[in-house]
Design a protein around this ligand. Structure first.
Ligand SMILES: Nc1nc2c(ncn2[C@@H]2O[C@H](COP(=O)(O)OP(=O)(O)OP(=O)(O)O)[C@@H](O)[C@H]2O)c(=O)[nH]1
Ligand SMILES: [Mg+2]
Length: 411
């Protein structure tokens, strides 16, 4: 067993997040008292900070965080049994109502952990379910709501059987059909039917959208898509270009649906128009089920004539690198052939040497890419982004597609 570590004290409350606390009639905050737990193994990066930020952004109150370093995940509880007992004590001492694991937990582990910690009185979720909760909270459009409901159903589809088996209700022997199999079969049939219905509803929404896209193309407007890690500043740029007032800065995944606006610009006397598309941000290590649910939203990026990849260059270099890598991996999967301009955003928060370091890192990571320094918030250098888009869309320069860019080592 490896070293154990307790982290906390810094509640990351000063990250500019708008936390949606609600209050009961006595004025007491009704945010759920939460403990974040992580089993950190050498082969995977730590995720607890990101999970704290996500949880706090949708109204959980993170009281404590506990990280255990192990060579491998414990097969039953993710963390070791001794650490789980420690977590249980903290849960009791601090009136904790929810434990959020920064790891991915198989369904059996969720139920087993929950049993140790106090049964159904304690909410136990993993990073993927937290991401789905964030989505749920932010979903405004029918499309986003359907995508999330579908992802949740798919993600938890096998959980019913696991739960019944652990409760001793389901026949455990192969080929034996105990009385508990009936509720499970009912559950399975109903879930499959709901999944099929939702898939059909979503297909209808998508086909309307794709008609709209074809229509735009027929009218000759090129499509420029904003892409990048969540909270990198895409919507801030979109609002500035389109004079819109879409939500920004509410925390990870502020934008979930796709928005498109026609932008009319003048470049050195030449009028030109394009469709600017804003959509969901990226995150590392997105579960395939969740990613699949957003395939079509991400598909808006695949169909673009140009991608503006936003990078928050004001963060520490390690975060910049991790996020660049995650963005590159996703772009390679969904839009390998689409040309790219990188917008090194939030330059207003960087001093000269910090900006130089950040740019060096981007250029080392994405060799040969066109890089524009910009502040979407202040409007600094946004005209250069437009100029680059114009040059590319009018064929005067050809930009490297993301697939031709080599990834290099970390800082
Ligand atoms: N200082 C500074 N802050 C910025 C800049 N651009 C964006 N922000 C802030 O960064 C936060 C995130 O911006 P968003 O535009 O919501 O980011 P996003 O990429 O659309 O995020 P998702 O919708 O979650 O994918 C907001 O609080 C913005 O005000 C910038 O150039 N400078
Ligand atoms: Mg956004």
């Amino acid at each position: 067993m490896g070293e154990r570590q307790r982290v906390r004290g810094n509640l990351h409350g000063a990250r500019g997040l708008q936390i949606s606390a609600s209050y009961d009639s006595s004025g007491k905050s009704s945010r759920m008292r939460t403990l974040v737990a992580e089993c950190k193994i050498p082969t995977a990066p730590s995720r607890y900070e990101e999970v704290e930020t996500m949880a706090e952004s949708i109204g959980y109150e993170v009281i404590d965080t506990i990280v255990q370093h192990r060579k491998s995940l414990h097969h039953t509880y993710c963390v070791g049994p001794g650490k789980l007992e420690e977590i249980k004590m903290l849960v009791v001492e601090n009136d904790i109502e929810a434990v959020v694991f920064a790891n991915t937990l198989p369904s059996a582990q969720v139920f087993k952990i929950q049993r140790v910690l106090g049964g159904t009185d304690i909410k136990v979720i993993d990073r993927n379910l937290l991401i789905l909760e964030v989505f749920d909270k932010r979903a405004m459009t029918k499309e986003a709501k359907l995508q999330i409901a579908l992802a949740k159903l798919r993600y938890t589809f096998s959980w019913g059987r696991e739960f019944l088996r652990l409760e001793g209700i389901l026949g455990g022997q192969v080929g034996w059909s105990g009385p508990g199999d009936y509720p499970y079969h009912d559950y399975e049939r109903t879930a499959k039917k709901r999944i099929a219905n939702m898939e059909k509803e979503l297909r209808d929404v998508y086909s309307k959208k794709s008609l709209l896209r074809d229509h735009r193309r027929e009218r000759g407007f090129p499509i420029v898509a904003l892409a990048g890690y969540t909270q990198s500043g895409k919507t801030t740029f979109f609002n500035r270009m389109s004079a819109e007032h879409k939500d920004t800065g509410l925390g990870p995944f502020t934008t979930l649906s796709t928005f498109a606006r026609r932008i009319d610009q003048n470049n050195g006397g030449d009028n030109f128009s394009f469709i600017l598309i804003d959509s969901i941000g990226f995150i590392e290590d997105m579960h395939p089920t969740i990613l699949k649910a957003f395939n079509t939203t991400l598909g808006e990026i695949s169909n673009a004539d140009l991608i503006l990849l936003f990078v928050d260059v004001s963060e520490d270099l390690e975060s910049v690198f991790r996020k660049l890598t995650a963005s590159k991996e996703i772009l390679e999967k969904i839009a390998a052939k689409v040309p790219l301009v990188i917008c090194a955003n939030k330059t207003d928060l960087c001093n000269d040497s910090r900006l130089k370091e950040g740019k060096k890192l981007i250029s080392r990571t994405f060799e040969g890419v066109t890089l524009v320094e910009v502040s979407a918030l202040k409007g600094n250098n946004t005209e250069e982004v437009v100029r680059q888009a114009y040059n590319h869309l009018n064929g005067s320069v050809s930009l490297a597609p993301s697939s031709s860019l080599e990834l290099h080592s970390s800082p």
